[in-house]
Ligand binder design. Sequence first.
Ligand code: PLP
Length: 448
Amino acid sequence: MTLSAEELGARIEDRSSAGIARAVGRMVTSGALDPGTLMPPVRALAGVLGVSPMTISGAWKVLAADGLLSARGRAGTVVLDPTATASTARRRRIAALGAPVTLDLSTGGPDPALLPDLAPALSRLADLELPDGYQSDPVLPRLERVLRKRWPFPPGSLTVVDGAGDALDRIVSLVVRRGSPVVVEDPGYPPLLDLLEAAGAELVGVGLDGEGIRPDSLRQGLRAGPVAVFAQPRAQNPTGASMSAARARELARLLEGTDVVVVEDDHSGDIATAPAVSIGRWLPEATVQIASFSKSHGPDLRLAAVGGSARVVDAIAERRLLGAGWSSRLLQHVLADLLVDPAAISAVRGARRTYTRRRRDAFGALTARGVRTAGGDGINLWVEVADEDRALATLLAAGIGAARGSVFVVSPSDPHIRLTVGRLSGDTAAFADAVAAAAAPPPRRVTR
Ligand SMILES: Cc1ncc(COP(=O)(O)O)c(C=O)c1O
C-alpha cells in the first residue's frame, strides 16, 4: 500500500522533526500503518507540511534507528513490522538434530568433569558478611581487586555481568544502531552474529590467520566506517586462533585515530594457553574486554567481567541499574574465592592441560588421516569437510554431535564443522576414523 503525502500530512500536528517522528512512530506501533506500507516521497510530504526535506529525512532516520521504517533507496521508505522479534537463526541451527548422540561435540562448552569443585567456596560463603542489598556496589570490592590485577591493561572502569553473552548483548544495545556497519570475525561466534543482525547492524566480516584478525582484512573492513570491531583475543571460536602481542599492536595502529569501539570477548579465559593480550594496551579509551569465567570455572556461575573504556563500561553499569541492577554478589563471592584458592587454581591449570592434550591428540589424529583442521588453542577444532550436511549426518549416525560450520560464517566459504574436542575423553582413534569418513566426499558411484 502507498500512502499519499496529503493523507499522512493530515495526521501530523507537530511539524518539528521530533514531532513528525513521534506521530509516525505512534501510527506504526499502534498498527494504524501496516508493515510494508510505502511512505510518500520526502519532498512531497515536506511540501504538504511546509517544512524542509531535511526535517522529514531527520524524522525518517530516527524511525529507521528504532526499527520502525526502512529506507530502501530508490524503492522508497517502507514501514517495518514493529513486533518482529530477534532472530536466533544461527544459534538454532548450530547442531544437527536427530538421533540421540553418545558423544556430543557440538556444544562449544567445557567438560563438566574438569570444572573446579565449588563446594569449598560455597561452604566458606556461610561465614561471610553479605552486602546490604540495594545499597552496595554492583561489583564486590573483593572481586574487583582480583580482576583489576589480572586485567591485560589498566581498565578505566570495570563491572560484572551475567556471562560473556550478557556482556555482548549490553554492548551491542549501547553501541549499535540500525544500519551501523560492524566488523566481525569471519568465521565468528553465531549468537553474536544473530545479536548484531537483530540490532540491524551491517556485518562486515574480516578474515583470520593463526595470530588473529588479519591486518589487511581489517584495513579493508575499516573502509565501511564501522562503529565497532568485535574480536576474540584467545582460543577464537571456532578456529582456535589466539592473538599475538605483535598482532594486537598492529591492529591497534590501524584503529588509532578512528572512533571505533573495540570489543574483545575473552570467552575462553583461563582455559586458553596463550597469554592474555589486548588492543587496550595501546587504545585503552577505545577498548573493552570481556572476561568470561564460564569455561574455566563453570557456566552456571553465570559471571563475566567487562573492563576498559569508562565511557562504555559506565554506560552499561548505569543502564543496568534500571533492570537487574547487579549480578548476584553471592556468586561474585564464590568467583572471588575460586580465583585465589590454590586448589581451584590448580584445578583450572589441570583442566587447561587436559584440554591442550585432548585438542593436540585429536588434531594429530585427524591430520594423520588427511583431514584439514585448524585449532591452535582452546577446546574446539575447525574441520574442513566436503559437504556439511553429509558430514553432520555421518557423524550423527556414529553417535557424534558436531556443529554446522555455515552458521559461523559471514561470507560464503568452504564447508566446515566445529568439534568441541575438549570434551573428548575416550578413544581418539575411533573418533578420528569417524570424522575422516564424515569429512570425505561421498563415494563415487561406479557406472558401467
Ligand atoms: C565466543 C563466545 N562468546 C561468548 C560466549 C558465551 O559465554 P558465557 O557463557 O560467558 O555467556 C561463548 C560461549 O561459548 C563463546 O564461545
